[in-house]
Design a protein around this ligand. Structure first.
Ligand SMILES: [Zn+2]
Length: 451
């Protein structure tokens, strides 16, 4: 009797277990997946926490009792404004409830380092392509030149991680302390040797020579590129200027060899070479979308389509990657340079930066450029991608991305759509997206080169 009762109870427990298992299974099949946040508990310094994910079937999602918009493919995204300290955020559907705890740190006021004057001293730049900046901040659009190895500088102050570089009377630049070392001698006084300009049909070459490696800056206005070479070792007012008239479409190179600067300005040739750069790759996934898809894969699909379209038009195309591989930013630029690239197009999809923004406000296509010579191409490509894909115009912007900084080519970075936007996700998940985005970029290039 005892034994039988035990058996029945045991059977019943098995059945209960079985149904519990079945129900859990069902709720897992139907319940939403969250791509962000990655952890149930997190500590942040941001004003918003982002909830990005995919709902299944007829799921109705609420976050802290607010009903969330779910796109036709299940994609949803929501930002929750955080208060200081612990925020308890309940993500609920008819199948599942999950509780997230996001701890917002008290906002930290960053103490700006003080400027301190130093006894002027000669220093030497350690590496080529060292940024000289207009402010002591190591990011943004504040580069005034890229100095060459063995350029000699007078440093007369410091602030935080930077030394102040004396260029001329009232004119200063800033360089990272780690980028320079003390010069052997303080008797460096380079002399002017000569300058020369030669104009060809599609290029002009300008040289200016000194007996030592002096610092330079580049400026541009609507008509000219202005190179300035500074000789503060001789006097406060010793500035040499090379003005080069700009054609409509151009790129240029700057070289320094034993005190001699060579500036070469090229008109965009008739037969162009385009480098197509699929952003990220390999272990660098890039952004992750509401549906869990990876930016690197979509970038590559667009890049491959773009290559096909441009090639069919007889344009020479170079790819920085053609499979799912890690490629460094330096190698992407090197590939472009090694192949005498005239136009560089980096293909990306955007995502919400971890700032103080409402997630739904960020959607559409934006195109970035760094040098003024690339603004027109950026505008042209933005317009045609908006029209072929139907994305919202998210604007032409400047940003200091390594792949579009070189002046040797016309370079843009296209953010075709936002991976974290549910409406955009319906677009980029459609079968025609990669082809249409590529067609838009190609149309923009053709319009720019004037075909
Ligand atoms: Zn990207």
């Amino acid at each position: 009797m005892n034994r039988d009762g035990g058996t029945i109870k045991f059977m019943r427990e098995i059945l209960v277990l079985f149904f519990t298992f079945l129900l859990t299974g069902i709720s897992q099949v139907f319940a939403y997946d969250l791509v962000l946040p990655r952890e149930k508990k997190s500590i942040v310094n941001t004003n918003y926490a982002f909830f990005v994910g995919k709902a299944k079937n007829t799921e109705v999602i609420t976050i802290n009792d607010e009903k969330i918009y779910v796109a036709t493919n299940g994609a949803f995204a929501h930002s929750v404004k955080l208060k200081e300290g612990e925020n308890r955020i309940v993500v609920k559907s008819n199948f599942n409830t999950q509780i997230y705890k996001v701890y917002k740190n008290a906002s930290v006021t960053v103490v700006k380092p003080e400027f301190e004057e130093l006894e002027p001293k000669n220093y030497v730049v350690k590496k080529d392509n060292t940024p000289l900046r207009s402010t002591p901040i190591d990011y943004g659009m504040n580069r005034i030149s890229h100095l060459f190895k063995d350029t000699v500088l007078i440093l007369d102050g410091q602030q935080g991680e930077f030394y102040r570089v004396k260029l001329a009377k009232g004119k200063y630049g800033w360089i990272m302390k780690t980028a320079v070392e003390e010069a052997d001698c303080d008797t460096f006084r380079p002399e002017f040797v000569g300058m020369n300009s030669e104009t060809f049909k599609n290029a002009s070459i300008h040289t200016i020579e000194f007996t030592g490696n002096l610092p330079y800056t580049t400026e541009e206005n609507d008509r000219e590129i202005i190179f300035k070479i500074y000789n503060p070792f001789v006097s406060d007012n010793s500035v040499y200027t090379v003005n080069i008239k700009k054609p409509e479409k151009y790129f240029y190179t700057t070289d320094l060899c034993r005190g001699k600067y060579t500036f070469k300005l090229n008109h965009l040739p008739e037969n162009i070479t385009v480098t197509v750069d699929a952003g990220h790759g390999g272990s660098e996934k890039g952004a992750v979308g509401c549906l869990g898809d990876k930016e690197k894969d979509i970038n590559l699909q667009i890049a491959v389509e773009l290559k096909e379209i441009l090639t069919s038009l007889g344009i020479n195309v170079v790819m920085t990657r053609e499979c799912d591989a890690n490629v460094s930013l330096e190698d992407r630029v090197k590939t472009a340079r090694d192949n005498c690239t005239n136009i560089f197009v980096s293909v990306h999809l955007n995502s919400i930066p971890d700032i103080k923004m409402d997630i739904h406000k960020n959607r559409g296509t934006s195109v970035y450029y760094y040098n003024p010579n690339s603004k027109q191409l950026a505008k042209s490509v933005l317009e045609s991608v908006n029209s072929t894909v139907g994305t919202r115009n998210d604007g032409v912007r400047t940003a200091s991305f390594a792949v579009i900084r070189p002046t040797d080519y016309v370079g843009i970075l296209v953010e075709t759509a936002y991976m974290t936007n549910p409406l955009d996700s319906v677009m980029y998940k459609s079968d025609s997206f990669a082809k249409n985005a590529a067609q838009g970029i190609a149309d923009g290039i053709l319009k720019y080169i004037g075909n």
